[in-house]
Design a protein around this ligand. Structure first.
Ligand code: NAG
Ligand code: NAG
Ligand code: NAG
Length: 200
């Protein structure tokens, strides 16, 4: 909470910059016996309450479906601490994360965090297109679609001893929510080859 500011962040929110690491806290205090900690999430593009990993006393962290190595168990099972470190967060990861403690003899208990990703204000490379060792040198350009006006191109060339030229074009922009999942095309053309279009 803050004074004199409009603040939409709520208790239980974990707010991190796009691409950085988040700590997803998960801890309870109880004298009950703990058999398992289950992590589930509700994010866009996945079924609600998707169980993505479990933590067990001897085995430690176990993935449920895909192995997403961005999750690291940094808590301590004996302390009833199931805290995760979640690195390289993307906009797709935004949502609700809950850890559920399987306890005996009492009922299960859970803790919830809302993961909020902030977008950066710095320009980063979004995509690169390469026309390798071509003679005469190739033209590389982009069809930017809905990203037109939001991104810019940077061209680099290297001439090789054998007379060929490698051309790179990088698309740079400030990562934004509206860019997520958008399609851009790279067009490579030279006199030697017919036009080649790559989608990314
Ligand atoms: C996170 O990103 C860094 C830098 O791009 C990369 O080196 C690292 O392998 C990534 N880690 C995971 C677990 O994907
Ligand atoms: C749980 O583990 C995390 C990561 O090691 C640590 O930062 C945190 O202080 C622990 N919480 C408690 C209440 O011990
Ligand atoms: C020319 O040199 C480049 C860079 O060493 C190499 O990748 C390419 O295959 C060479 N091309 C020919 C036709 O030898």
């Amino acid at each position: 909470s803050s004074f004199g500011l409009i603040c939409t962040v709520q208790v239980g929110d974990v707010v991190v910059m796009l691409g950085s690491s988040a700590i997803l806290p998960c801890h309870i205090i109880t004298n009950d016996r703990l058999s398992q900690i289950t992590w589930q999430r509700t994010i866009k593009g996945k079924a609600p309450d998707d169980v993505f990993l479990i933590i067990q006393p001897t085995i430690g962290l176990k993935y449920r479906n895909e192995k997403d190595f961005r999750f690291e168990f940094i808590g301590n099972f004996n302390d009833k601490n199931g805290t995760l470190k979640f690195s390289n967060v993307t906009l797709k990861d935004e949502g609700s994360y809950s850890c559920i403690f399987s306890l005996f003899p009492s009922e299960t208990q859970s803790r919830n965090s809302q993961l909020v990703i902030l977008e950066g204000n710095e320009e980063v490379p979004l995509a690169t297109c390469t026309a390798a060792a071509s003679k005469p040198k190739a033209e590389v350009r982009w069809i930017k679609g809905s990203l037109e006006g939001k991104v810019r191109e940077e061209l680099k060339e290297t001439q090789h001893a054998n007379g060929t030229t490698t051309t790179w074009s990088t698309l740079l922009g400030k990562p934004g929510r509206e860019m997520n999942g958008q399609l851009v095309k790279c067009v490579i053309s030279s006199e030697a080859t017919k036009e080649e279009i790559l989608e990314t």
